[in-house]
Design a binder for this molecule. Sequence first.
Ligand code: ATP
Length: 298
Amino acid sequence: ARQFTRPLNDLSNQFNTLLSAVAGADRVFDILDEQEEASDEKQAIELSMVKGEVEFDEVSFSYDGDEDTVQHISFRASPGESVALVGPTGAGKSTIINLITRFYEPDKGRILIDGHESRSIKRESLRSHMAFVLQDSFLFEGTVRENIRYGRLDASDEEVEQAAIAANAYNFIKRMPDGFDTLLRQDGSGISQGQRQLLSISRAILADPSILILDEATSSIDTITELKIQEGLKRLMKGRTSFIIAHRLNTIQQSDQILVIESGRIIEKGSHDELLRKKGFYHGLYQNQFKRHAARAL
Ligand code: ATP
């Protein structure tokens, strides 16, 4: 996966698009101006294989060095598990993702990947085991094939097409004027948001990461495309540890673990059923919010 390996100051690369999607587009230029990534530790190691165990041990982090944005975050995701991050806006969900991907480092506590402290791993090596599927997936000016191949540059045409098949993108691509050779514009015009997601899923399948970051779309996508996306995502997530900033009830219900985040803390964690039984914050959220949208989510 090549998506994280380019320098931060190259405006046209996916890294920045990722930053913009993770951190909020309005903040991206601030980050670009202010933040130079620290270089790797001298002894930093490379991980050729990652099973995908991700553990946070009492992690706290502050953007401004003053007030903690997230505090005492502890959880453990086993390889292949799906973890939904749920909570009100500004709670710290994206910040936790930024720490997993090491756009930022914890001020306190440790993040462990397969038992190795994350900061002792070379960033490039760490990120080569991760892929993103975001709401506004990054496309660049080039063919559909090139856009998918961005997930793994040495992939053959056959592998690109297989990834598109697994992602449920193949049929719509085949219907495009020049199929896989159809030229896409960077602004994504001429292709729907749902189709962009299907391309993004194809790209991630091709990248074959152990750890996935998913930012679920909030805007409504037509039902048929939505079903295709759900099915593609299911195939993508199988056997990979995934972190999902989740907005849809069925995604949340199907997650192995739900972390309920409020004001920078994990206030509840467990499966959907466990959290409902607790009759706490999640239960209230479910009653008030998710249930009303359940019809859309199903
Ligand atoms: P949303 O659901 O709206 O995306 P969130 O739960 O993902 O919210 P975060 O984006 O993690 O929340 O934000 C947590 C807090 O940190 C907010 O107060 C936000 O304003 C602040 N914040 C986020 N990114 C930065 C940044 N790059 N620099 C400074 N403050 C930030």
